[in-house]
Design a protein around this ligand. Structure first.
Ligand SMILES: [Zn+2]
Ligand SMILES: [Zn+2]
Length: 319
């Protein structure tokens, strides 16, 4: 399986502002004393080897992921990153009239705002199948394209859009993917998806809060995440203070992700759904702290082999 991250921010898109951009440019220039700036290859090499995220950015689009297994594709969530995915598909051989499957964790606006900008949905005879556990999914999608909010209604999209309501913890298959869901603690509810194909497993568990650190809260999730190759986890808050200030907002932290991932025997933990209030530096610091925390646990093998990565827009992971 290949997982591509088209949007990794939570709550609202966060374009980089000039001040943040300028800090990066300044740092790069100040560190470039020994680089021949008139040699393009040398500059590329310098940028490629600069510490992340000095010469790049985590990006600012809200959640949208793509999972591919051979010719088969599933899209997870329709955040603002979906606009870029749509353009990519149109430019890379998508044939109008084909079938597109989307799994929806929930319908908070950061997870649906990309749909009206998803160009394949405007192509004739294309079948779009949106699967989710929430009731009245169609109504939820239609509402954001009511003329009060958007100039085009969903009925005017040329594709055929079908909604499929899943039941809680239902197991079903789409092509080579076998899919299970589990409810997360989040205002209005959100659902994690466990997706398996070719003996590999990827889990998207976004928009989830893990209240008191008790077995009662953690065990059902540890069981659901058991032995996953990749766990994509809501690590929205970069500091403990934020977590305390925002209790009941329905989000989590990197440290909680590390704890659960260790206990579930997860191989790779991906920190996801970054706070729009976090700068690139804040997100990088949160990642380093998560690695430090993992190191401080002094775990015996094989529990010490957990790999932690931080999601950014355009990250690809081969599983
Ligand atoms: Zn969200
Ligand atoms: Zn949400």
């Amino acid at each position: 399986m290949r997982v591509t991250f088209w949007g990794t921010r939570g709550s609202i898109p966060k374009p980089m502002v000039t001040d943040e951009f300028r800090i990066k440019v300044k740092r790069l220039l100040m560190n470039a004393q020994n680089v021949n700036l008139s040699d393009e290859a040398a500059v590329d090499n310098y940028l490629d080897n600069s510490p992340f995220p000095d010469a790049t950015t985590f990006g600012g689009n809200t959640p949208c992921l793509e999972i591919n297994e051979g010719e088969h594709q599933i899209i997870l969530d329709c955040g603002s990153g979906m606009r870029n995915l749509g353009h990519y598909m149109m430019n890379s051989g998508f044939t109008p009239g084909g079938r597109i499957d989307i799994l929806q964790t929930h319908t908070h606006w950061d997870h649906i705002i990309g749909f009206p900008f998803f160009v394949p949905a405007y192509t004739k005879n294309t079948e779009i199948h949106i699967h989710g556990v929430h009731s009245n999914l169609r109504e939820r999608f239609e509402q954001q394209m009511d003329l009060i909010h958007f100039p085009i209604t969903m009925n005017e999209m040329a594709s055929q859009i079908t909604f499929h309501q899943l039941t809680e913890e239902e197991e079903f298959t789409l092509g080579p993917f076998s899919i299970k869901n589990k409810g997360l603690i989040h205002p209005g509810g959100s659902y994690a998806y466990r997706i398996a194909a070719e003996e590999k497993t990827v889990i998207l568990a976004t928009d989830g809060e893990y209240k008191e650190p008790s077995d009662e809260i953690f065990m059902p999730y540890i069981n659901f995440f058991k032995d996953a190759d990749v766990l994509i986890f809501d690590a929205m808050y970069a500091s403990l203070m934020k977590t305390i200030e925002r209790e009941n907002f329905g989000h989590s932290t990197a440290a909680i992700g590390v704890g659960i991932a260790i206990n579930a025997g997860v191989k790779k933990l991906v920190l996801f759904h970054h706070d729009p209030e976090s700068s690139d530096t804040d997100i990088a610091n949160s990642f380093f702290k998560a690695k430090q925390y993992l190191g401080s646990r002094n775990l015996p093998p094989p529990n010490n082999s957990l790999e932690i990565v931080t999601a950014f827009d355009s990250l690809e992971i081969d599983v």
